[in-house]
Design a protein around this ligand. Structure first.
Ligand SMILES: Cc1cc2nc3c(=O)[nH]c(=O)nc-3n(C[C@H](O)[C@H](O)[C@H](O)COP(=O)(O)OP(=O)(O)OC[C@H]3O[C@@H](n4cnc5c(N)ncnc54)[C@H](O)[C@@H]3O)c2cc1C
Length: 419
């Protein structure tokens, strides 16, 4: 079968690999002349297999007014009166129900476990080098009520991840790079099995392996404009360089997936959550960050990133509901200030400023399944966890296209549950 993958971010590339590995002829189309140039370029680097809780939750609902109105908030609406945002927002409120959260966490944990094993398989079999390391993750809490809730959750579900609740003093002794006073913390949860890895380096490695495959064709530097239908079926895509035909198409265009779906005549509830990152190169002698750290209150992540002969630190966060990709210096300053406060690193020199649009669904679950338009499969909407969930989502996509997986297994990610 000839299958065309729309988008060459981490989701499109992993999908293309699984399909090519299964023996299909694969065409990869992207508007950029190289791969992983958008949301997959400089993300938080956390492979977060145990922390998959959705953004929509009863706790978020309680904090929503202050989250949206405070100038220091990690989440702001900067989209004006956008009908797509209003519709997304209403679905988000519905997804805050405890039952919906439980369903999402169960589905995401299963997909995360599949992703972890698929990532290990891919990186070993293809000998990919992207700084994959089981660094462990420390989540620090500043509010007692939130720490108590997290502690109760790990006691109720001990799981296989060996999660531990730590006192503030234990957090600081586990991660000496943290320059906080114990009095500023309520506690932390440490998960020794969590990993870190450089998503852009992974994508670069996978791209070079895909370029050696005889059954993979590249159509880069090409803008997808819309669908070409025949007899109610998608038979080709219209691009600025002509039509690309295939038997099936897989939609992996990240934050732009919703616009393509609209042109195909159906609604895809994916909205961009704009985030920022900086990458720090600590001076020689500065304390090395040993684990990845998440500051729950500020929704910021800090991850040690292997780079040639040194370790850099990726600082990422912020979730503004906004479509543009211009870097706002004021939002970037939030990351600079946090680096100084938490790690004692003054981010003054070249910090590789970056922003990207997370393609986010109201319930934070990706959409993986056949679309209402015959011939078009969707693998998109991975939000905050696209790097973590990429390899499992690609496996699921290839298996579903080949009818190897029952619809029930995948129903948690079907478009219908989110539409
Ligand atoms: C600040 C930040 C921190 C993050 N941290 C983490 C983390 O620590 N862990 C984690 O798991 N995830 C993290 N994420 C999320 C993760 O990076 C994303 O979910 C993931 O990169 C999405 O991948 P994608 O392939 O769907 O989208 P993209 O990487 O955006 O790829 C979409 C592709 O589609 C192409 N495209 C779009 N429109 C068109 C068109 N019309 N024609 C042709 N091509 C088109 C684009 O050029 C692009 O290459 C973070 C994201 C951000 C922004």
């Amino acid at each position: 079968m000839k299958i065309c993958v729309l988008g060459a971010g981490v989701i499109g590339l992993t999908t293309a690999w699984c399909l090519a590995e299964a023996g299909h002829d694969v065409v990869i189309v992207d508007r950029h002349t190289s791969t992983a140039k958008d949301a997959s370029a400089a993300n938080g680097a956390q492979l977060s297999y145990a922390f998959v809780a959705p953004l929509a939750s009863p706790a978020t609902l309680k904090k929503l007014p202050s989250l949206l109105l405070s100038p220091e908030s990690p989440m702001r609406i900067r989209a004006g009166l956008d009908p797509a945002l209003i519709s997304w927002g209403l679905r988000f409120l519905f997804a805050c129900r405890p039952a919906a959260v439980r369903e999402t966490v169960a589905a995401q944990l299963a997909l995360a476990a599949l992703s972890r094993s698929e990532l290990a398989r891919l990186s070993q079999s293809l000998m990919l080098s992207f700084g994959l390391r089981t660094a462990g993750k420390l989540v620090i809490f500043r509010r007692q009520s939130e720490f108590d809730a997290a502690r109760r959750a790990i006691t109720a579900n001990p799981g296989e991840d060996g999660q531990q609740a730590l006192t503030p003093a234990e957090c600081l002794s586990l991660e000496p790079a943290l320059r906080l006073d114990a009095g500023e913390l309520a506690g932390g949860i440490f998960t020794a099995s969590e990993q870190v890895g450089d998503c852009a380096a992974f994508c670069a490695g996978l791209t070079s392996r895909l370029k050696r495959q005889r059954n993979v064709e590249w159509v880069l530097g090409t803008e997808v404009r819309g669908p070409v239908r025949s007899g109610g079926r998608l038979v080709a895509i219209d691009t600025d360089k002509g039509h690309v035909q295939a038997d099936h198409f897989v939609l992996c265009m990240g934050a732009a997936s919703a616009a393509f779906a609209k042109a195909c005549g159906f609604h895809l509830p994916i909205y961009p959550l704009k985030g920022y990152s900086i990458t720090l190169s600590p001076a020689t002698g500065a304390p090395v960050l040993r684990h990845s750290v998440t500051d729950m209150e500020r929704k910021l992540v800090f991850a040690p990133l292997a780079r040639d002969d040194r370790t850099a630190i990726r600082v990422a966060g912020i979730a503004d509901l906004e479509r543009g990709t211009t870097i706002d210096a004021e939002r970037l300053d939030v990351l600079r200030r946090a680096s100084a406060e938490l790690l004692g690193i003054e981010a003054t020199g070249d910090v590789e400023p970056w922003c990207g649009l997370r393609p986010t669904t109201p319930d934070s679950r990706p959409i993986i399944g056949w679309s209402p338009l015959d011939g078009l499969f969707i693998n998109s909407g991975h939000g905050m966890l696209g790097w973590t969930l990429a390899c499992g989502s690609a496996r699921l996509t290839a298996d579903m296209i080949e009818c190897k997986r029952s619809v029930t297994t995948a129903s948690a990610f079907a478009l219908r549950r989110a539409a």
